[in-house]
Structures are given as C-alpha cells and as structure tokens.
Design a protein around this ligand. Structure first.
Ligand code: HEM
Length: 404
C-alpha cells in the first residue's frame, strides 16, 4: 500500500474498508505519520510503544484541546477545557477525577449490575423467543441503559432518551443519526439537548439530593469550594457519552467477533473458566475507541521525526493493540491470551474511569450468553457507524445458531 492512499479521515475506510491493513502498513513503514487533511492535518502514532509513551507524559502531550478530531472541544478556549475530565490536564484533572470517581463506588456498581442484568435478561428472552433480531439495537443498548439508570437515578425512558442523544453526538457524521442541518449543527443540537436534560436533573437534585452522580458532584468540595455548575454538567456529560457510546458498540463488536471465530467461541463455551482472559482479549481485539488526541506543549522528536509545539497527535489504540512487538501473534484472537496489557481503555491519568463498569457490563453479557448456551449467526448485512473515532457496529442482524 502506498502512503498516499492512507487517509485516516476517510470514513469509507472504516465503514467498508480494512483499517487494520492500513494501520499494519503504517506500523511497519511510517509509525510517525503525517495525515494531511482539509482541516490542517495531524500526526498518527500507530505503534504500541509510542502510544504508551505519549499517554504516560501528560505534561508534554496535553488533553486541554480535547481528544476527538473535528468534534467539539477541540480548542483550549472551549469552555469544556480544564472543566471536563477528558479535556483537562493536571492538576485540575486530578481534582475533578477524585470527585467523579466517587460515583463509581462498589454500592453504585452493585445497583448498576442489578439493573443491567434485569434489562439484559428481558431483552435476551425476547430475542430468544423471536429466534433472533438486531443485536446492536435490541440487546447492546440495554447495557448502558442499566448503568445510567443507576448512575443518574433516572427511569428507563429517560436513559433511552439520553442514549438517543449521545448516539447523535458520536454518530453526527452518519446519515442514520444526523439531521438535515449539517454535521456541526447536528452535533451542536444534540449537545444542547443533553445539557438541557442534565440541567433539569441538576435542579431536581439541588432540591432533593440522592446518591446519584449529579448529587455526588453537587456535594463535592475542593479546598472548601463547590464545583461550578458547568463543571458538574460537563462531567455528567462526559460520563453519559463515555458510558453510552462505548460499551454497546463493544458488545456488538464482540458478538461479531465470536461469529467470525467459531473455534474460539466453541473453546469458550466448552471452558467458561476462560471468561476472564476472554473478556480482556475481546477488549483488545475490538478496541472500540479507535484513537484519542493529544496536543504537543513543546517541540518533541518521536522516532527521529520532529513534531513542533501546538500540533495534534492521534494515538491509535486499535493499532497499538495489534502491534506484534507487544502481542505475539497479534492478529490471532486467543481467548486464553495472557499477559494482555492492551490499551483499549487508554493508559495513565486519563485511563477510562468507567473501565470497571464496562468490564462488569461485558462480563454480565458474556455470562448470560454462556449460561444460556447462546450462539449466533449472521442473518443479514452488518452496518458500521460512519466514524473513525468509534469502531461501531450499528446494525448486527443475528439468528440463533443452529448448526454449531
Ligand atoms: C468498552 C468500553 C469503553 C472503552 C473502550 C473506553 C475507552 C476509553 C478511553 C480510551 C479513555 C481514555 C481517553 C484519553 O486518554 O483521552 C476513556 C476515558 C473515559 N471514559 Fe471510557 N471507555 C469505555 C467505557 C466507559 C464507561 C462505561 C464510562 C462511564 C460510565 C466511561 C467514561 C469515561 C470517562 C468519563 C473518561 C475520561 C477519563 C479522564 O479523562 O480521566 N467509559 N475511555
């Protein structure tokens, strides 16, 4: 493959092409790659060691300008900068994270696990009775719905409403979710609606506090000072988007992966004690959050390539997780793989705060699939999200497998 044909902004590559072949070429030939684009271009790091090293140095590689290309929050003057976890640097980041972290405590996770199990079982009962369905629509969203009803202390209808809005935020370039008003208006419109929803919740919690995320953030104090309203709203938004738009895409990608690797699927069904390593291998394999961004705060040299201060770097988790230098036989799915230090959740100070919740949700799903002996086969074409940020399956038509 010639360099000129690799364009990581080309969404067709992610919908109908083979981004893994492109990343393999880049790892081998241009691990520090300048991806020119209409909006100015950015550097792409595709090797595990480089991605890991950048994650570990938040002083040189800042999150202040946001972590998604072309999306919102791509400027230090954006009001989210230094207020929302994902686009903050230390020390503000550390203080915010301590507060948000309290909402992921064991009691909350127990409540969330109970909700996830309830919604998941109902949905799987229906799918089984029907002999199949669209896994990405009928089953996968039940995982974040369960988590967010518990974390925000809201009902199922509100959780599904929030899910529809966060899906537009992440899928604003996909015609299934975008409106007629153009990409930036679609994105802005969804954000406004989410903020309205969260602001209403904030008013209610001020009057009648509970044990939910917003009440926890309202009670938070840093050196005696309360969090500002915008800090509370931005971090509630961060948790809502992080929770809604990662785990369901991962769940669908996992089911697709198992369908495409029947030997490994059989191996797991025959030996459920592999579940622990299997879940981590499936996170490595699916790497739903394809990349995150950082901005250089000074001139740096990576593998002999000089990168000036103020430039955007993309860290391709999905590529790093297939790097042969880190993972022997990286292109082979091995549900017993150990060790498995994948970077699907990032590394260091910004490492996914919802990682435990995501593990809980995916474990519950896998336990149900194994417990019920459920295996699927494809019953129609898979449709992928038009995004290079989220490697998402948005439609996964499946039938209960009969021949394996
Ligand atoms: C399979 C599921 C998930 C994947 C693959 C994933 C991936 C990631 C990654 C790669 C980051 C690091 C971002 C960076 O370094 O800039 C991150 C951060 C974050 N994630 Fe997740 N995530 C998942 C599930 C969740 C869930 C369930 C929640 C919330 C309920 C969540 C909320 C967040 C938040 C708030 C951050 C920002 C943390 C910080 O900046 O300190 N994520 N996630």
């Amino acid at each position: 493959m010639a360099t000129a044909v690799i364009n990581l902004d080309d969404l067709d590559l992610f919908v109908s092409g083979d981004p893994y072949a492109a990343w393999a070429w880049l790892r081998e030939n241009e691990p520090v790659y300048w991806n020119a684009s209409a909006t100015g271009g950015y550097w792409a790091l595709t090797r595990y060691a480089d991605v890991n090293a950048v994650y570990l140095d938040p002083v040189t590689f800042s999150s202040r300008n946001g972590t998604v290309l072309g999306g919102s929050y791509r400027s230090a003057t954006d009001t989210a900068s230094q207020q929302m976890l994902i686009c903050s640097d230390p020390p503000a980041h550390r203080q915010l994270r301590q507060h948000v972290h309290k909402a992921f405590g064991p009691r909350m996770m127990e409540r969330a696990g109970h909700q996830v199990r309830t919604y998941l079982n109902d949905a799987l009962d229906r799918l089984s009775a029907d002999g199949g369905g669209d896994f990405a629509v009928d089953i996968a969203p039940r995982l974040p719905a369960g988590l967010l009803t518990a974390m925000f202390d809201i009902g199922l209808d509100d959780a599904l409403h929030l899910l529809r809005l966060t899906r537009i935020m992440i899928g604003y370039r996909d015609e299934e979710y975008a409106g007629d008003s153009g990409e930036s208006m679609t994105l802005a419109g969804a954000q406004v609606e989410i903020f309205d929803f969260l602001a209403t919740l904030l008013d209610q919690r001020r009057r009648d506090p509970g044990e939910d995320l917003i009440s926890i953030l309202l009670a938070a104090r840093t050196n005696g000072r309360e969090l500002s309203e915008s800090q509370i709203l931005y971090n509630a938004l961060n948790v809502a988007v992080g929770g809604d738009e990662t785990t369901p895409f991962t769940a669908s990608a996992i089911v697709e992966t198992l369908i495409r690797h029947p030997d490994e699927e059989r191996r797991l069904h025959a030996d459920p004690s592999l579940l622990g390593t299997a879940v981590e291998e499936l996170f490595r394999w699916t790497s739903t959050n394809a990349y995150v961004c950082r901005t250089t705060t000074r001139d740096v040299t990576v593998r002999g390539v000089r990168i000036p201060a103020g430039e955007t770097l993309t860290l391709w988790n999905a590529s790093a997780n297939r790097d042969e230098e880190q993972f022997p036989r990286a292109d082979r799915l091995d549900l017993g793989r150990t060790p498995n230090h994948h970077v699907a959740f990032g590394v260091a100070n910004h490492r996914c705060i919802g990682m435990g919740a995501a593990r809980m949700e995916i474990n519950l799903l896998m336990q149900e699939l194994l417990g019920r002996g459920l295996r699927f086969e494809l019953s129609g074409p898979i449709e992928r999200l038009r995004s290079n940020f989220m490697l998402g399956v948005k439609h996964l038509p499946v039938a209960l497998a009969t021949r394996r």
